[in-house]
Ligand binder design. Structure first.
Ligand code: ADP
Ligand code: ZN
Ligand code: ZN
Length: 735
């Protein structure tokens, strides 16, 4: 044929290459092709799934060398224009290969070519079935009766759930013949649900009502709301009511929560309050479950999508609102591979979709607070606890003035006794699992070190082992020093040791330890929390796991055993994280009518951060911290990116980064400064040496201009072949 050249498609493939791949389209389906469709394409000797990104007239590849795409998988785009646009933006901004970004947005089965739509049948009672089936069916029709009972039990039953419960397809079909049940698709079921209503719940107080009203007024337009409410102030109630309005409009709501926040309690609360179909997206799902949830979000059958950070890429037929709960939480940032911030992408997605986004937190990130200062009227404050609960009283315990027996100072012990005597519960927070952080020889000064990391090994009593918390290496505990044979001693406190000490001092108060080691088995955390609820546990010892999401109404004393870990760090975000942790853990106390007491043990009671926090709460701290950031030129008053490199040979990361730095200087962009390269604060980890180069600019424009030129050049550096390197745009951790 002459004249009309074949259509060419640029396809994203799941490969770590920063480019698209061109293919010719066979004439018989050229007319149907459009961006977002999945296609089968040849790749080397294999056949793989690609996603069409662009339709082109010309390719830089000579036509003779272009291969033909094999077939279309989808009749309509798997990823709609809005989502494609977001993914493209994210790949560009975070400088990650587009093919991998696209792959991250597709559940496994769809990446392997599974069909886009699977019509799922649900069974529902007809009015006749609801009122008459059980009276009319003979008693011996056991199976049919069981099916009816199961359907009467729940509002919305999926085929699979019923079958899993032992109901057979056969009995459902028989019931359909008799007119007792009918089958409908998920989508029909969703459309029929009386969605726009929140059931039950307290009536909103003034601050909540104002917040809901303002969010409602912004539906259908882009707005970023910062919902800043102390723990227990009723933020979740605000989300629920805002979501009700979204459902009323026939739209969907996307709710992002931190990993640890996606608890059965939260899900149960949503299910209880809405009739609307809800799907959950998180990393613990099987491929099949994820694909089902993804399909329902995409078709619109799911009206509420709740998920952890990767749910920001969930397809939505009719997006109406995005909620980011605990927006300060570090798990919203992906720390490896495709490094992105789900919170920041939520704002980008909302803007593109012209819908509002709510960022909720008791301890907002300094970024979000700064943004709210600049966008007048975007701050929604819930200054008081709902249900008239009193805020907790904070006090410092000076560890220099009070001898601490095994990590707990005398005034702390006295306070514990007081609260226990009053029939209350006590929570001890320590951000360090294990028995002791150091195994030390008092004779010669030897301590147990990890061979593969620049770190001490942690003593774990329960597993009778020394464990490296950075690389996972395990060693048996020596009782004698390997250099002088003297007896070695565990030094310092971990949660296991606190558990032991407290158990000895308060033998009659049942105690539970909550950390990653003690809560390994599925369901264990829920079971322990239920015991706490029933007041069977009186003392809780735990890590970070305790600081989020859970309600402990009968806990009236919270002790932060060691605040000093975050006070002196090379990471400019460490103090922000410390303040957030203290305020979050303090928020667990006295949620009901009992006012709480919070004791913070420290050797630096005059530290300005602690003083600010104590006198003026998180707001005062944040104001002070923002001033410091501005003076030092750190984010949010600048933009940064971190180029990291690691290798088994000590010199190689620095050599690569020096070469990278030279290239950056050659292609200098005005306004971008380079700092380093320098070894990472923990130089060696898991046997690999690590170093980093920091890029900084006042705004992200120049930084992005430099990155776009620089990254492709890095791939061609000979030094790059000897290291593993990665770029982290807006890093949340500085190592
Ligand atoms: P947050 O999400 O800010 O931690 P929640 O929405 O979970 O707060 O509310 C904390 C507790 O207070 C819950 O038990 C909730 O039912 C209750 N609550 C919320 N709003 C009100 C209100 N207006 N009146 C009474 N109780 C409320
Ligand atoms: Zn020794
Ligand atoms: Zn190690």
């Amino acid at each position: 044929m002459t004249g009309s050249s074949p259509a060419i498609i640029a396809v994203a493939l799941d490969a770590p290459l920063r480019r698209l791949f061109d293919y010719c389209v066979p004439a018989d389906w050229a007319a149907q092709v459009q961006p977002g469709l999945r296609v089968w394409v040849p790749f080397g000797r294999r056949r793989i799934v690609g996603v069409v990104m662009e339709i082109r007239r010309h390719s830089d590849v000579p036509t003779a060398k272009l291969r033909y795409a094999q077939s279309l998988i989808d009749a309509e785009p798997a990823l709609d224009a809005g989502l494609l646009d977001l993914l493209r933006w994210a790949a560009d901004y975070y400088r990650h290969p587009l093919g991998e970004v696209i792959a991250a947005a597709l559940p496994g089965p769809l990446r392997q070519g599974a069909p886009l739509d699977v019509v799922e049948t649900c069974w529902r009672l007809t009015p006749m079935g609801r009122s008459q089936a059980l009276t009319e069916l003979p008693t011996r029709a056991k199976r049919m009766r069981a099916a009816i009972e199961a359907l009467l039990d729940g509002a919305d039953h999926m085929d699979e759930a019923l079958l899993a419960a032992g109901i057979t397809r056969e009995s459902l079909r028989k019931l359909r013949e008799r007119g007792y049940v009918e089958d409908v698709t998920r989508t029909q079921l969703a459309a029929a649900s009386t969605a726009g209503e929140v059931h039950g719940g307290p009536s909103l107080n003034d601050a909540q009502a104002t917040a809901v009203e303002r969010i409602r007024g912004s539906l259908g337009t882009f707005a970023t709301w910062l919902l800043h409410g102390v723990t227990g102030s009723g933020k979740t109630e605000v989300y629920l009511h805002a979501i009700a309005s979204v459902l009323e409009r026939g739209e969907q709501a996307l709710v992002l929560v931190p990993e640890i926040g996606l608890t059965p309690q939260l899900i149960a609360r949503f299910r209880e309050r809405f009739d609307a179909p809800i799907v959950i997206l998180h990393s613990g799902l099987s491929d099949g479950e994820r694909a089902t949830a993804w399909r329902e979000a995409r078709s619109g059958a799911a009206r509420i999508v709740i998920g952890t950070r990767s749910a920001i890429f969930a397809p939505l037929a009719r997006p109406g609102l995005i909620v980011v709960d605990e927006e300060h939480d570090s798990s919203l940032k992906q720390q490896d591979g495709f490094r992105y911030s789900a919170r920041d992408l939520a704002i980008v997605r909302a803007q593109r979709a012209q819908i509002p986004v709510i960022l909720g937190s008791a301890t907002p990130s300094l970024e979000s607070l700064n943004r709210a200062h600049h966008q007048t009227g975007s701050l929604l404050a819930l200054p008081h606890r709902a249900a008239d609960a009193k805020p907790p009283r904070l006090a410092l315990i000076d560890l220099r003035a009070h001898a601490a027996a095994q990590g707990i100072a005398t005034p702390t012990l006295m306070a514990m006794q007081r609260h226990l005597d009053a029939g209350r519960q006590v929570l001890l927070f320590l951000n360090r699992r294990g028995y002791a952080p150091v195994l030390f020889c008092p004779q010669c000064g030897w301590s147990a070190h990890c061979k593969r990391c620049d770190a001490n090994l942690t003593v774990h009593r329960n597993s009778i082992a020394l464990l490296c918390h950075h690389c996972g290496v395990q060693q048996t505990v020596a009782t004698a020093c390997p250099t002088c044979a003297a007896e070695v001693k565990p030094v310092g406190q971990g949660t296991e040791r606190i558990e032991e000490t407290v158990g000895r001092i308060f033998p009659n108060s049942p105690l539970a330890r909550i950390d990653r080691d003690s809560m390994r088995r599925k369901g264990e955390l829920e079971a322990t929390l239920a015991q706490v609820d029933r007041n069977e546990i009186r003392i809780l010892v735990g890590t970070q796991m305790l600081t989020k999401g859970h309600h402990f109404p009968n806990v009236t004393l919270v002790v932060v055993l060691n605040a000093d870990q975050g006070l002196f760090s090379t990471d400019f975000r460490a103090s922000e994280r410390l303040a957030q942790t203290i305020v979050q853990v303090a928020g667990r106390a006295g949620r009901a009518e009992q006012p709480g007491e919070v004791l913070i043990q420290t050797e630096y009671p005059e530290h300005p951060l602690l003083t600010l926090l104590l006198r003026g709460g998180y707001e005062a701290f944040a104001e002070g911290a923002l001033k410091e950031r501005e003076k030092a030129g750190w984010p949010p008053f600048s933009r940064i990116a971190l180029l990291r490199a690691e290798a088994t040979q000590a010199a190689e990361p620095l050599q690569f980064l020096r070469a990278a730095s030279a290239v950056a200087r050659e292609h200098a962009v005005r306004g971008v400064s380079l700092w380093g390269p320098a070894p990472a604060p923990m130089e060696r980890r898991a046997g690999r040496h690590r170093a980093q180069l920091l890029l900084q600019a006042a705004t992200h424009g120049p930084l992005q201009r430099l990155l776009s030129r620089w990254i492709p050049l890095l791939e061609t550096l000979p030094e790059a072949r000897k290291v593993r390197w990665s770029i982290d745009v807006d890093p949340s951790e500085m190592f």
